[in-house]
Design a protein around this ligand. Structure first.
Ligand SMILES: [Zn+2]
Length: 471
């Protein structure tokens, strides 16, 4: 690996980088808990200092909240914009806030007392995401020290509210205007298949949810007097829930699959190579059987296929014992995961139409759409993905497989607001316990990640800016 640009740099700075990360991890920057607002602010200042040490300019802790009023967890920004107008502008994204730590008794060492055991660092936030942010900043510092310049114009944006749903992130991006403008976004907040199976995420699913309320009478009715003659709201909700899928496990919304884009042959080949152990998957979930869309593998069903889940159904009496009523109201909550090129707004219309045909005439049914995140994908043939694949192959010795993430995140806002493709250099591992007790980060992956982040800057430096965007 001696031909890698940062091989010597990593060898010389391992202890120092680990000490720095350890210090950062001692700050409990839990964004979901207002009692830790001060720690999130301290973590932002720590991150800003790292950016300055890395050699970034215009480093600033950026207040967030409506209109930037500071009510949200602060983000951190820094840039290096001296590569010239012909060079790509790259925005690196990560976050410095962390998840809560409960249940505390399940941690083998204190969540904010970082400890290395057998080459693996343990602490809340070590892999998700402070370690991966440090990985990017170490690469910047290393490349600047080796070359005296970066091959691209670089912007680094580190969010402070990712772990509680990025409530102010889109507003932050919009208020930033040109400040965050870029040709490509590099996200470092994901995992690889395994330490010896390098991979990169190329897409994330979208999400739209619905709160459906049903009313069949003015109030609950006595089952002895009215039962057997009046409609039952619980039954109406249950029948709608049951009608959401057909016998083959396919979602019955009209046109639901019309816009689902098939995988390119290259992505399909790569997906087929991703190791997947169905027994282990079932054991992890604690289920006796898998369900879902017929004719599609479980791996496809969690990443590249859309789904509809009943996430809640409530009606009637749920207290101790029995109450002899015919329920008058019911509530049904449904969440749909979307894939390219499904459009949340189109799915909202389709769901309303579906409810209109499935709700009985006699029931009052109201549908309230909740949220709406578009699916995101960057083609595996995109030059930026090809550049990333080369950088990963040079460090891990084999080309990465292409994964889709089943969840949704702020990456979609980055893509939509900035109008740039999103690529993922994520080096954490599935066993790193994101959001769980004993979060860990394999230090061998961290060092490889620094090397790969350095190679990626070099590779992106070889790309031309997309036509029509140079000035
Ligand atoms: Zn994260």
């Amino acid at each position: 690996m001696q031909d890698l640009l940062l091989a010597g740099y990593v060898d010389e700075h391992r202890q120092e980088l680990l000490a720095t990360l350890t210090e950062w991890l001692r700050i409990p920057s839990i964004s979901a808990d207002p009692a830790h607002a001060h720690d999130v602010a301290r973590s932002a200042e720590f991150c800003a200092a790292l950016m300055r040490e890395a050699g970034l300019d215009n480093v600033e802790v950026v207040p967030t909240g409506p209109g930037g009023d500071g009510s949200g967890g602060p983000a951190v920004y820094g840039d290096w914009l001296h590569a010239g107008p012909q060079a790509m502008t790259v925005l690196v994204y990560g976050h410095h806030d962390v998840q809560p730590v409960d249940p505390l008794e399940e941690w083998a060492s204190p969540p904010f007392g970082p400890e290395v055991r057998d080459g693996v660092l343990h602490a809340r936030g070590c892999s998700d995401d402070k370690g991966q942010v440090l990985m990017q900043l170490a690469a910047v510092r290393g490349v600047l020290s080796r070359l005296g310049r970066l091959p691209v114009n670089l912007k680094v944006l580190v969010e402070g509210e990712e772990e509680h749903g990025s409530p102010n992130f889109e507003d932050l991006l919009r208020r930033g205007g040109d400040r965050f403008g870029c040709d490509v976004v590099v996200v470092s907040d994901t995992t690889m298949v395994a330490a010896d199976v390098p991979s990169t995420t190329v897409g994330m699913r979208g999400l739209v949810a619905f709160d459906v309320t049903v009313r069949t009478a003015r109030s609950d009715l006595h089952s002895g007097i009215w039962g057997g003659t009046v409609p039952n709201a619980a039954l109406v909700a249950a029948q709608m829930a049951a009608a959401l899928h057909d016998g083959a496990g396919r979602v019955t919304l009209p046109g639901f699959y019309d816009d689902v884009r098939e995988l390119s042959p290259q992505e399909a080949r790569s997906q087929a190579e991703i190791p997947f152990d169905e027994g282990e998957f079932m054991a992890k979930a604690g289920v006796r059987q898998l369900s879902g869309e017929a004719g599609r593998s479980p791996y496809e069903r969690t990443g590249t296929r859309p789904t509809a889940e009943v996430v809640g159904i409530h009606s009637g009496y749920g207290g101790p014992g029995i109450k002899t009523i015919v329920p008058a109201t019911a509530n049904l909550k449904v969440a749909l995961r979307l894939v390219p090129d499904q459009d949340p707004a189109g799915v909202v219309e389709s769901f309303k139409a579906w409810v209109a045909t499935h709700a009985p005439q006699h029931a009052e049914v109201a549908v309230e759409p909740v949220g709406g995140v578009s699916p995101l994908v960057t083609a595996v043939e995109h030059p930026a993905v090809v550049a990333l694949a080369r950088a990963i192959e040079r460090v891990w010795g084999k080309p990465p497989l292409f994964e889709r993430s089943g969840g949704s995140g702020p990456e979609e806002a980055l893509h939509r607001v900035l109008g740039a493709p999103v690529i993922f250099l994520g080096v954490a591992l599935p066993e790193d316990n994101f959001h769980a007790p004993n979060e860990r980060f394999d230090l061998a992956q961290l060092w490889k990640g620094v090397l790969a982040a350095g190679e990626l800057l070099v590779e992106l430096g070889h790309l031309h800016r997309p036509a029509g965007q140079g000035e």
